[in-house]
Design a protein around this ligand. Structure first.
Ligand SMILES: [Ca+2]
Ligand SMILES: [Ca+2]
Length: 342
């Protein structure tokens, strides 16, 4: 069995063993509407986030009080039966989503979302198509049964080629009104012909990385299959054994976008996955070349505008607006890109 079909994209500028002096709202929180979402009580409540990664160190002090679903958490990696993280990568991604406001460490963006750890990458950070596909099938079953829940799936991983069976399961997931898949564009830099799989699939929101000045990160993979960018340079989050780390990569802009989507969706659960994705795409900040481009894709996520658009759409429906027309009006798009086929 191949074990290296997918892997953690190469991490840049990793600084481990940090211990913030006081609780830190990092720029990925402050500059992307973290406080605004808190004011709106948009905290991920009722949204399930699957973190498909190296597992999670659920005992981290910054996760005390997190709504982990231990029952559904599991490892798909042979010979690594525990979903507890021994790498750091999955724990780091999880902190960006749900690190608690508790006076220590960092603060996540969707603190009340329900977290399920699916370990699909080994402690070494590698995974096979089979493990990830098996995990995706389990998520599909869960989402089909628990139709009242909203699900966001985080894939901070990638590889240079796809896998037909995984693509098929992703298409089934993305067709459900209660599932959104978010995946890392990859860290192969500016000269790639296109982004990594599974982010390249139409069924995902593919996420690239910008720095704190919203300039594209040198490592962020380029290509017209990308969708949005988030903060992924020198990000501070949770690491193993109650420590913290700073790291750069599309692995980390991905959970930021996952968390923003979970937070907004938790306030407007009546909206379908396609409506939420459409609101997200329609409200990005267009940077670089006008319109969709290989670097910034559609643009950088604008949390407040995304929230307001979702709010307006949901209120339009409450007033008895024609749902079909609202959806269609939002889907006649100007430029060619992978999501313009709704
Ligand atoms: Ca904290
Ligand atoms: Ca652009």
């Amino acid at each position: 069995m191949k074990r290296n079909d997918f892997r953690i994209p190469v991490i840049h500028q990793l600084e481990q063993g940090l211990s913030p002096q006081s609780e830190t709202k990092d720029y990925y929180f402050l500059d992307y509407g973290g406080d605004f979402l808190e004011q709106q009580s948009a905290d991920g409540n009722g949204v399930v986030v699957y973190v498909c990664d190296t597992g999670i160190d659920v005992n981290h002090k910054d996760f005390e009080g997190v709504n982990f679903d231990f029952e559904r958490s599991k490892s798909f990696v042979p010979n690594e039966n525990e979903y507890i993280d021994q790498n750091f990568h999955g724990t780091f991604c999880t902190g960006i989503i749900v690190a608690q406001k508790n006076g220590v460490g960092v603060v996540g963006i969707a603190k009340n979302s329900e977290i399920i750890a699916h370990k699909v990458l080994s402690s070494g950070g590698f995974g096979s198509y089979t493990w990830i596909t098996n995990s995706a099938k389990a998520i599909l079953e869960d989402a089909r049964i628990r139709t009242g829940k909203r699900f966001v799936i985080n894939y901070s991983l990638g590889g240079g080629s796809g896998f037909a069976e995984l693509e098929r399961v992703f298409e089934e997931l993305a067709a459900l009104p209660n599932v959104i898949i978010v995946a890392a564009a990859g860290n192969s830099g500016r000269n790639t012909t296109d982004i990594d799989f599974p982010a390249r699939y139409k069924s995902t929101i593919a996420v690239g990385a910008v720095d704190r000045n919203k300039n594209i990160a040198s490592f962020s993979s380029a290509g017209l299959s990308g969708d949005v960018c988030g903060a992924g340079v020198q990000v501070l989050s949770t690491s193993l054994q109650n420590s913290y780390a700073r790291a750069s990569g599309t692995s980390f802009s991905t959970p930021q976008v996952t968390a923003i989507v979970a937070a907004v969706w938790s306030k407007f659960k009546q909206l379908s996955s396609k409506q939420i994705i459409d609101c997200l795409y329609k409200t990005v900040k267009d940077l670089g070349e006008e319109g969709l481009d290989r670097d910034y894709f559609l643009g950088v996520v604008e949390t407040k505008a995304f929230f307001e658009r979702a709010k307006a759409l949901s209120e339009g429906e409450d007033e008895g607006g024609d749902k079909e027309n609202i959806i269609k009006a939002n889907i006649q798009l100007e430029v060619e890109g992978k999501y313009y086929e709704f």
